[in-house]
Design a protein around this ligand. Structure first.
Ligand SMILES: C[S@@+](CC[C@H](N)C(=O)[O-])C[C@H]1O[C@@H](n2cnc3c(N)ncnc32)[C@H](O)[C@@H]1O
Length: 481
């Protein structure tokens, strides 16, 4: 019984995007982790089919079961190993068994398939999910990249140097690992590698974070000692990344509406050795930009609630009209947050990110915001990143399993235009190409605002401070036996 209750609890959190399956399962302290993990994953995979069965048999009304528990029990009864617990739930499920079986059979007939697995959407998500590698961010507040690499080598892992091509990631297997091409503190392992029980993870030396989710803090790149806001911060992976970049110096104001998520975040930040933060259980939209507390805030990371449609394991379970309404509401909220972020008087750069693949939550939000804020423009991010924002917002980045071996993601960086001496905003900005020296300011001819906002040659990401070190590492690698 405990297994089903725990699985239902985790499934609910996953569907509410409150965490990743693996993390929630491991944090649950459940005795049989493997069994729990398998049950949650499988139920989640069949979630929309289970929902259909439950709806058509009116199971919730008949049994008073809650939806997530019903899904788990129906999964095990019809597709899994049969309901194994004793007691009331088993009796209930057996009572409704034939109706449930008939509902499943009807769906199979309708879809013209004979096997349960053929009911799953044909392949793409599942296959893609299998090829997202395991990304591990080294927490520089607690350790160094070299120390982690050495530690892992002593444990029998084999370090293969820096990734050169996307395809390198598909050949990772067993205990081999690589250093990521774009993010110097990111290591890449085969998707099957599990660090949840590893000392380095438990001690906060490594953070298990998808590469795409590491982009926002990396791109914002707040200087050591700066004042930064993480507007929608929990559970705090990006907050701890920002703190690491700031070397725990300066001020990191982190807000979140959800008290429970904030409390988890507090524990995670403690484990990660973050000390420069100030957590507030507050609606970011109600934070006063003119408060003296935030007068030095120049950098804001905004990663608001979104549809989560980029998360490979999350499925869209709502119908199209519902989805439309939900997307509209989310986009309106996201736009509101982004506009609010630009109200902070000293803010220079705002990174906006979502784990959504919908243009409505991404490019459309950014375009609408820029239309209302001509004093800001887009920064052309990572020129060597191939998956760009949808035309014309090609300065922004997109990520996907197929093109970047990550979850689906979107990142934009808005930058305040420099002021002319007469107080007007200048259409020119500093160009800092990746891995290069700072170039002189490049005045642009004066195209229309819209053209400037979408110009690809405008400005680029601050140089990756690690590039020199990386070259050394590669050299070093070549000397290794
Ligand atoms: C996508 S999650 C943030 C993930 C987080 N940035 C990380 O990397 O760990 C969005 C968060 O926004 C919070 N949120 C939603 N509306 C908010 C608001 N008005 N003000 C502050 N936080 C909000 C949610 O509670 C949720 O924790």
């Amino acid at each position: 019984m405990a297994l089903y209750m725990k699985a239902a609890e985790i499934l609910e959190k996953v569907e509410q995007k409150k965490g990743a399956v693996k993390t929630l399962v491991y944090d649950s302290k459940f005795q049989n982790i493997k069994q729990l993990f398998a049950l949650v994953c499988e139920t989640q995979k069949y979630s929309s089919i289970l929902q259909e069965i439950i709806n058509s048999t009116k199971l919730l009304k008949e049994t008073k079961l809650r939806i997530h528990l019903a899904k788990v029990l129906v999964y095990d009864l019809l597709i899994g190993r049969g309901v194994k617990c004793g007691g009331a739930w088993k009796t209930t499920m057996l009572k409704h068994r034939s109706r449930l079986e008939s509902a499943l059979a009807r769906i199979k007939i309708k879809k013209k398939v004979s096997r349960n697995q053929d009911l799953l959407p044909s392949g793409s998500q599942q296959t893609q999910g299998n090829i997202i590698p395991r990304y591990v961010r080294v927490n520089s507040l607690k350790t160094t990249l070299d120390d982690v690499i050495d530690y892992l080598k002593r444990e029998g892992f084999s370090y293969q140097g820096t990734t050169m091509r996307l395809e390198d990631l598909d050949h990772l297997s067993g205990k081999t690992f690589l250093c990521d091409l774009h993010l110097k503190d990111l290591l890449v392992f085969s998707s099957k590698t599990d660090f949840h029980n590893h000392f380095l993870y438990k001690a906060g030396h490594i953070i298990l974070q998808d590469k795409a989710s590491c982009l926002p803090a990396f791109l914002l790149n707040p200087p050591v000692g700066s004042h930064v806001i993480d507007a929608c911060a929990a559970p705090g992976n990006k907050t701890s990344h920002l703190a690491a970049i700031m070397k725990n110096k300066g001020k990191l104001f982190a807000f979140d509406l959800d008290a429970k998520r904030l409390s988890t975040m507090s524990t995670l930040l403690l484990r990660a050795g973050v000390t420069c933060h100030q957590l507030a259980n507050q609606d970011f939209l109600k934070v006063d930009p003119l408060s003296s507390e935030y007068k030095e805030v120049k950098y804001i990371l905004l990663d608001p609630s979104c549809s989560g449609s980029g998360m490979v394991c999350l499925r869209d379970e709502v119908s199209e009209p519902q989805k439309d309404g939900r997307l509209q509401a989310l986009a309106a909220f996201q736009l509101h947050c982004l506009k609010h972020a630009l109200q902070f008087p000293q803010v220079q750069r705002v990174v906006y990110s979502t784990c959504s693949v919908h243009t409505q939550e991404n490019e459309e939000v950014v375009s609408a915001c820029l239309q209302h804020n001509p004093g800001f423009r887009l920064v052309h991010l990572l020129p060597n990143w191939h998956e760009r924002g949808h035309d014309p917002l090609t300065q922004c980045l997109r990520a996907s399993t197929a093109k970047t071996r990550t979850h689906g993601f979107f990142v934009a960086m808005l930058e305040r235009r420099p002021l002319q001496t007469d107080g007007q905003n200048l259409p020119m900005i500093t160009t800092l190409p990746v891995g290069g020296e700072e170039k002189q300011d490049t005045p642009q001819s004066s195209p229309s605002d819209e053209e400037r906002e979408t110009s690809q040659t405008a400005n680029e990401l601050p140089a990756n401070p690690s590039s020199k070190k990386r070259r050394n590492r590669k050299k070093h690698k070549k000397q290794e036996p």
